[in-house]
Design a protein around this ligand. Structure first.
Ligand code: GLA
Length: 413
């Protein structure tokens, strides 16, 4: 399913985008997105990365139970998102979307009730074009009707994809669905899945709560095909789209409470990643403030993967109320990268990612980071839960291949 042909649209010039944005604002002055629904990056689980079209009601209920049993729900993963392939191939005689009765015999309203009773929220998937990426009915021309359907079912989150959109203007398309959701009256987190083709970070803040910055993720370190790529490729793209070593002009400036750069659903725990790679992937997504949407089979995950996904101190970095995104502070190409993020209590998260195929011995001379870190700090190794001294002396450490050293620095008293 990941190799499905995707309708691509032409890139717009930034100037034209600015003009369109002004026009859109003018015609929709009375409409808005539901505010304050995503003050920290949304957390949950999405069916696509592991199950693609093999979804049904039993899977969703078993996943919910596993998320309760593993501690994921209580760690903050509350959105359970049913991705593509949930509907019938045709709308009904009145033009309504219909959940496939073989996959979802109780219907979506009953499933939403089931999830709500257990402390979850229901997310669903639709598409701004004629069809979804897997060929199911798209919402183009049915936006208000579909928004009413989702609201009536008790949906809390909508991922809105970009397949089969032809020459449609993305700002118009996503604004139309935003307005339709608002008119339907049920607060719904709006997830813009336009793959970063038209620089959504420049226009999406007033429309949705998160926006993808790339095509689809895949469970590998740095493999790359036309429509799927490893998390290291997305990480590099995130930096290269708007490079910054001081954090003031990188892509992160567009991201924050109620509007997040979305680096795509997690591949943590999926077979193509080692445990170290899952840890690195999770750490970087947490630091950058990406939504944390698990994409593995949580019914059968190992204790190490459960520990990664539920680590309270890493999640706390992602959910920090200030929502400042990490930026790449330094790189030794082919060896390691350093990412840093200021936290609301005056602490800093500092992460060194070993990008090489070998274990690396690193040395951090803290005075070289004075541009960002002023003062003296005590150092806590977050994953290993040990103290590493303070920033008065250089730090040496060994980091395994594709693994991370994640530190939380607290001002010395
Ligand atoms: C696109 C999206 C994916 C997934 C699939 C479903 O590729 O980017 O995240 O939703 O469609 O078909």
């Amino acid at each position: 399913m990941k190799s499905l042909p995707h309708a691509r649209i032409a890139r717009f010039a930034t100037k034209a985008m600015a003009g369109l944005a002004a026009f859109t604002l003018a015609i929709s002055a009375s409409a808005q997105k539901f505010e304050n629904l995503a003050l920290t990056p949304p957390m949950g689980w999405n069916s696509w990365n592991t199950f693609e079209s093999a979804i049904d009601e039993d899977l969703i209920k078993e996943t919910a139970q596993a998320m309760i049993d593993s501690g994921m729900r209580d760690a903050g993963y509350v959105y359970i998102v049913i991705d593509d392939c949930w509907s019938l191939r045709e709308r009904d005689a009145e033009g309504n979307l219909v959940a496939d009765p073989e996959k979802f015999p109780s219907g979506m309203k009953a499933l939403a009730d089931y999830l709500h009773e257990r402390g979850f929220k229901l997310g669903m998937y639709a598409d701004a074009g004629k069809t979804t990426c897997a060929g199911y009915p798209g919402s183009q021309g049915h936006e208000y009707q579909d928004a009413r359907t989702f609201a009536a079912w008790g949906v809390d989150y909508l991922k809105y994809d970009w397949c089969a959109t032809g020459t449609r203007d993305p700002i118009e398309a996503y604004t139309t669905m935003r307005d339709a959701l608002y008119a339907a009256g049920r607060p719904i987190v709006f997830s813009i899945c336009e793959w970063g083709d038209n620089d959504p970070w420049l226009w999406a803040q007033d429309i949705g709560h998160l926006w993808r910055i790339s095509g689809d993720i895949y469970d590998c370190w740095d493999c790359e095909q036309e429509w799927s790529r490893g998390f290291k490729v997305i990480l590099d793209r995130y930096h290269e789209l708007k490079p910054s070593v001081v954090g003031r002009d990188g892509l992160g400036v567009y991201s924050g409470p109620d509007g997040w750069n979305d680096l795509d659903m997690l591949e943590v725990g999926n077979p193509g990643l080692s445990v170290a790679e899952s840890r690195s992937h999770f750490t970087l997504w947490a630091l950058i403030g990406s939504p944390l949407m698990a994409g593995n089979d949580v019914r059968s995950m190992s204790p190490e993967i459960t520990e990664i996904l539920t680590h309270p101190d890493v999640i706390a970095i992602n959910q920090d109320p200030d929502g400042v995104a990490a930026w790449r502070f330094g790189i030794v190409p082919g060896k390691h990268q350093t990412w840093i993020k200021p936290l609301s209590d005056g602490d800093w998260a500092v992460c060194v990612l070993n990008t090489s195929d070998q274990e690396q011995r690193i040395e951090i001379e803290w005075h070289r980071m004075e541009r960002a870190l002023s003062g003296e700090f005590e150092i806590h190794d977050v994953w290993n839960d040990v103290e590493l001294g303070d920033t008065d002396t250089p730090l040496t450490a060994k980091i395994g291949s594709h693994d991370v050293l994640l530190m939380r620095l607290s001002p010395k008293r």
